[in-house]
Design a protein around this ligand. Structure first.
Ligand SMILES: O=C(O)C(=O)C[C@]1(C(=O)O)C=C[C@@H](O)C=C1
Length: 435
């Protein structure tokens, strides 16, 4: 990913920084750490009557399937210094919803749709904003990565229509916002029909202890945005989220072959950045809503290379939902084995024999990050797995065939975790629809 010129705002710079970040646990307040030890352990999976009907039963089933795992990462606990460093004092200033927000947007011209007196959009949460003392209102608070106008915000609105959407500057902050009760849910992209998987979120799903409770498919309709009066032929660069750049690659080559592409945190953040810095040679790939919010002009509409461009988002919560059988469900798991890769064949056959369709298989290299497993004597050992395999299959964990398949998978693998069993998004979508 390329870095931006020096005037890049802090929230954009934080994600394009090339150096690795310090371990997660060192960055959250010590008091807010969630115990990583499983509450339940079992050496065999047994479901006498299927998954229990009450939430506690179901939660223990999830934990049982995650048996033998006591800790995701062998990371040292955080220090008191880490916990307090740079943290804001009160929740009123956590996400900018209550506090004064300074977006330093410059008025552009009469077409600017954001007059100085207009309410400012909320400022994204940053890693230092995460304070574990949220004020709980009645509205569901949904964390997403990006700034207002991002597709993730639209996905949050589709998943939870009346929610309060909370912008976060990184995916990891959205996870932590839920873990620390600053948000009730997170809505995060995992896959795009053109650009493929959003690997970062697969890695974070493993590292954090949240549960997938739903999914939404969002048609993504990209626009090329610039300051009013900008001409496409004079553009020297186009900035956007890497996924958005890759989704528009061919169209962009035809539209503005001379323009360099630069990756930034999110599509709407790119639009905001152009407006804030009055950049007349730069365009952003973002939504029509971002154009409206940041006073930009739409130079070209529908520039994604495929009109049926769609991104799949998952909804995450602290608690799993109880799986049901009265509507189509999907279940997501992650597993690994320490001896060879033939485990993949065995696991896939466990589903094939039961006529369970898989909708996704993803493998992620995992050599450098050990996982701690616990044996029958409750002794923990750190294990290095070469790969983590993520599988989504079309069945509810309330179905006996899915339970049997997972029991078999557990026999073949050294590590298995159910990420969630949740209703499938069945809503038909129109390729030429809005953002
Ligand atoms: O940048 C945004 O607007 C986002 O919501 C992120 C994101 C992604 O990560 O894939 C979401 C949907 C689109 O596929 C492009 C970008």
């Amino acid at each position: 990913m390329q870095s931006l010129s020096p005037q890049t705002p802090t929230s954009l710079r934080s994600v394009i920084r090339p150096t690795p970040r310090p371990p997660l646990l060192a960055r959250v307040p010590a008091a807010a750490h969630h115990p990583t030890r499983c509450a339940y352990r079992s050496d065999s999976v047994h479901y006498p009557n299927g998954v229990g009907s009450c939430k506690a039963d179901w939660q223990s089933s999830c934990a049982i399937l995650a048996s033998k795992i006591i800790c995701q990462d062998s990371q040292p606990p955080s220090t008191a210094d880490d916990a307090s460093g740079g943290r804001s004092d009160s929740v009123a200033s956590v996400n900018g919803h209550k506090a004064a927000v300074d977006l330093t947007l410059v008025p552009i011209d009469a077409n600017n749709k954001l007059p100085p007196t207009a309410p400012q959009p909320p400022k994204p949460l940053t890693i230092t904003d995460l304070s574990p003392a949220p004020m709980h209102g009645s509205q569901l608070r949904v964390a997403y990565q990006g700034v207002p106008g991002a597709y993730s915000e639209a996905a949050a609105g589709k998943a939870y229509p009346k929610c309060e959407a909370i912008p976060c500057d990184q995916f990891e902050v959205a996870f932590q916002a839920v873990e620390l009760w600053i948000a009730d849910r997170a809505v995060l992209p995992v896959e795009n029909s053109l650009g493929g998987s959003i690997h970062r979120n697969y890695d974070l799903l493993l590292r954090h202890r949240l549960h997938i409770v739903g999914e939404v498919q969002l048609p993504v309709h990209h626009c090329l945005l610039a300051l009013p009066g900008t001409r496409v032929e004079y553009l020297s660069r186009v900035i956007s989220h890497p996924q958005a750049l890759s989704q528009c690659e061919h169209t962009l080559t035809k539209l503005a072959p001379q323009a360099a592409r630069e990756a930034v945190d999110d599509t709407a953040g790119a639009a905001e950045y152009i407006a804030a810095n009055n950049l007349r040679d730069t365009a952003a790939i973002a939504s029509a809503r971002a154009a409206e919010l940041y006073g930009l002009q739409i130079l070209a509409d529908g520039i994604q290379d495929d009109s049926s461009n769609v991104t799949r988002f998952v909804m995450l919560a602290r608690e799993p939902i109880i799986p049901r059988t009265d509507r189509p469900f999907k279940t997501s798991i992650v597993f690994a084995h320490d001896k060879g890769t033939s485990v993949l064949f065995k696991v896939l056959s466990a589903f094939a024999f039961r006529n369970i369709s898989l909708t996704k298989i993803e493998s992620r290299p995992h050599r450098n990050r050990p996982i701690r497993l616990v044996d029958d004597a409750n002794v923990g050992t750190a294990k290095h797995f070469e790969y983590m395999f993520y599988v989504d299959f079309e069945a509810s964990l309330a179905e006996v065939r899915a339970q049997n398949a997972l029991a078999e998978v557990q026999e073949f693998t050294s590590f298995l975790r159910v990420l969630g069993s949740y209703p499938m998004d069945m809503t038909p979508w129109c390729p030429s629809g809005g953002d």
